[in-house]
Design a protein around this ligand. Sequence first.
Ligand code: ADQ
Length: 478
Amino acid sequence: MARTLIASHRLPVTLSQLDGQLVATRSPGGLASALGSVSRDAQTLWLGWPGPVADAAPEAVAAALDPHGAAPVFLSDDELRGYYEGAANGVLWPLCHYLLDKVRVDAHDDWQVFRRVNARFADALAAHWRPGDAVWIHDYQLALVPALLRQRCPQARIGFFLHVPFPGPEVFRILPWRAEVLRGLVGADVVGFHTAGYAFHFGYACSQLLGLEQAGDVLLDDGRPVRVGAFPIGIDADAFAARALSASVRERAAALRADAQGRTVVLSVDRFDYTKGLVRRLLALERLLSQDRTLADRLHVIQLAVPTREAVDGYAEYRRTVNELVGRLNGAFGSPTRNVVHLLHRGVDPDELSALYVAADVMLVTPLRDGMNLVAKEYVASRTDDTGVLVLSEFAGAATELHDAVQVNPYDVEGLSRAIHHALHLPADDQARRMAALRGTVHAGSAAVWARSFLAALDESPPAPEALPASALHEAAG
Ligand code: ADQ
């Protein structure tokens, strides 16, 4: 039976060692749940880094992953530092989010490691690939894998999905390894993005920097068609709505509201990442509170920030700046018995997250750039009674779908502060109209729809010119 091989940096489960035993925990983030629907429909095998298990025997790691439909790609600590921290998150991540002063353009040694690790992933996929299998590769960490895999398995049907923005071509050109990355990506048959804008940027960069021809949504790489398209990722909105309505979540949300003592609850939920716009958001709140000091006793601001990439350059400094700003706000606008801003530097379980979404009157999602942003959609799906206001950055991919949010330019602190003020005073009928429309949009595009539509596009892509039908290859092999 033909399978779908999935490759991503992280697996849907992460292994760790506890008292000599290997323990599997579900990896955080939307990718695992989005692709869960694919593994229910078809046979899948997922390849990726298994987690911090350097001391365990490779066979034991493979055996622990097998029941989860996963197989390991082993990486040493040095490789993780060069490929993941240095090249992927020190170069490509800030570049794709337009934070050019953070791009380590001189990371030549790390780039060598990036190449080596991408080749390791291609080797692992080639070792598992059988004629007829589709391959779906995920995200910027594995940008070189499609072409490397095509060299190894010319007949493979290869899809690639980028979860982060593809930047404007003039920004992308800054990358010293720009042509290599583009060549890596066009090794796929289908290259998918969250928005038509990112797909356009990619097509333009390929024609400008590689001289490829483009006809509609197809690029021609030496005669081989490469389909470029927008496949906006969704969430399991029904599951969020059901959780929001459950008795335990309602009870917890009521307790959170009681803590706020009648004040308006303003919430943000982010990975603690410099792209998520925490600093400008806090500056906007500071401006708002300075302009109307009575608000200080009417707002209860909760900022949930889940720890992320603690070893990557620049993150510690960002955390320090955020902590200082929160201290400054509470120092200026809090009282001896209460803070205005509550910063929780940790992840929370799904019920607690849902309770926060249910308790929040206003949700601030103001990243400087974001491929999509699932938090915005999760909040909307949790507002089953059509109350609440979503303030959303126009630079999140989600803004192309969530037109009824209060959209803001997160770089403009004054404008952001005005938008928060507007959200705090939005009349109930306006809130209900906007939220009903937003919920309709979020329920229409689920995670399962996203995964199926990408795989259907991959299925429809023409076979590589020299490819034999899978049945013929089976016969040849058999
Ligand atoms: P992320 O940058 O991780 O994803 P996002 O889409 O918001 O951003 O997903 C974060 C996930 O983590 C959400 O499901 C959220 O509920 C969860 N989360 C965040 N903070 C949490 C906390 N404190 N406790 C518990 N859970 C928390 C990347 C891209 C995005 C893109 C996704 C999917 O950067 O732009 O939307 O992939 O493609």
